[in-house]
Ligand binder design. Structure first.
Ligand code: PMP
Length: 414
């Protein structure tokens, strides 16, 4: 085994691990080795405690109650919105819309902004690496308004050349909708440059930040995007909560997504007027506790040295890449320079699903399948990959455990 690249000395991964109670458990009698954070990250005690505290002591519906508990819950819910604003450096807190996840956020943009502003022949530029949730909503929009989807190709190593965007973006382009970071390949897209190209053509840009926000500091103003979406559960927060960030003027111009309580100004049977954003897009009782839990996850991440955490993840990735390459019959999928800590691979003679099942017997959790990116699998010429993804709590010893489990799997499967 080659020597692990060292992690920054300011980063105490043992201390971080102690914050995640689930990491102490065993699976099939083996210590849990959780390498599936790109699908969903584990939760620190601070998030679990925040959720328990709300349900135990501070819970009521928000925005409507004239009593202490409801005011407390409302303040906590709105404080979570402010925490998200600060975390992504949005200019205004009213630009942060809570959704149930990134998928809902993209569907919201497609169904509201898309249906209002796109017409037949208008183009949306995507890439081959997109997750289904950044493909299918645009296909639904295509069915509704007759717009055209243009797909930017990915190179063999998983990188995407900015020149390909320059070719794809033109006068008919109304939207460029791309992943910030690929969930299969780990590729970090050149989003600032893509934003400049989109804006030069008079188009808007939506970034699917599900994987991007997890691995690096995100500043939506700096990125120059118009829409940024992500899910709380990949950011060490609860499920059932996500964020749509959009520039104020876009949210104001967009019609509501769903109708119901909380999103109105006045209602009569003859006519209804809308509340200003973000309430306009948050019909019904929102995911109150989930939002507060996301706020707690942001507090937790802010309490860490995030630069050191990112360096730690990069060190894990580099060690994993070099270790995997030493296992005979393994081929890495996704080796773009500067990529994030997500590594797909295939192993000769073993289907990824069988491999993942055998690895599980060693306590190693990895994902196998098409990762909700079937068009990418087609281009890569595989039906599925096995993917190990790393978070702030993973260790070099866990990379060693993955490699040892892979070697054992080869004995069983081959
Ligand atoms: N986009 C990317 C890049 C993702 O990785 C995921 C989750 N795998 C999604 C979108 C969808 O996120 P969610 O299921 O939380 O809505």
């Amino acid at each position: 085994m080659n020597k692990p690249l060292t992690t920054p000395s300011s980063y105490d991964v043992t201390k971080v691990r102690a914050d995640f109670p689930i990491l102490a458990r065993e699976v099939h009698g083996k210590p849990l080795v959780y390498l599936d954070s790109a699908a969903s990250a584990q939760k620190p005690q601070q998030v679990i405690d925040a959720i328990t505290r709300v349900y135990s002591h501070e819970y009521a519906n928000v925005h409507r109650g004239a009593y202490y508990l409801s005011e407390t819950a409302t303040a906590a819910y709105e404080a979570a919105r402010e925490k998200v604003r600060g975390f992504i450096n949005a200019a205004h807190v009213s630009e942060v819309v809570f959704t149930k996840g990134a998928t809902e956020a993209i569907n919201l943009v497609a169904a509201t902004w898309g249906r209002k502003f796109l017409k037949e022949g208008d183009e949306i530029v995507l890439t081959t690496v997109e997750h289904h949730s950044n493909i299918v909503p645009w296909q639904l929009l295509r069915e509704a308004v007759g717009c055209v989807l243009t797909v930017v190709p990915v190179a063999a190593d998983g990188s995407i050349d900015i020149a390909e965007f320059a070719k794809a973006i033109g006068p008919k382009t109304k939207l460029v909708a791309v992943a910030h970071v690929s969930n299969v390949l780990g590729t970090v897209l050149p989003v600032r440059d893509i934003a400049d190209l989109a804006h030069a053509a008079g188009a808007k840009i939506l970034l699917d930040g599900c994987q991007g926000i997890v691995h690096a500091h995100v500043d939506v103003q700096d990125l120059g995007c118009d829409f940024y979406v992500f899910s709380g559960h990949k950011l060490y927060g609860p499920t059932g909560i996500g964020v749509l960030w959009a520039r104020q003027e876009l949210l104001e111009a967009m019609p509501p997504y769903q109708g119901g309580g909380d999103m109105i100004d006045t209602v009569t049977f003859a006519k209804t007027t809308w509340a200003p954003p973000p309430a306009k897009f948050e019909a019904g009782t929102p995911p109150i506790v989930q939002a507060i839990g996301l706020g707690a996850a942001i507090d937790y991440l802010n309490s860490l040295d995030r630069v050191a955490a990112a360096k730690h993840e990069t060190a894990l990735l580099r060690y994993a890449m070099s270790s995997l390459q030493q296992v005979p019959g393994i081929r890495l999928i996704g080796t773009a320079p500067g990529k994030a800590a997500v590594q797909s691979f295939v192993m000769d003679g073993a289907h990824p699903h069988d491999l993942a099942t055998v690895l599980d017997r060693s306590g190693v959790c990895v994902r196998a399948g098409h990762h909700c990116a079937q068009p990418l699998m087609d281009v890569l010429g595989v039906t599925a990959t096995t993917r190990a993804s790393f978070g702030i709590y993973n260790t070099m010893a866990e990379v060693d455990a993955l490699i040892a489990a892979l070697r054992r799997a080869q004995e069983v499967l081959l």
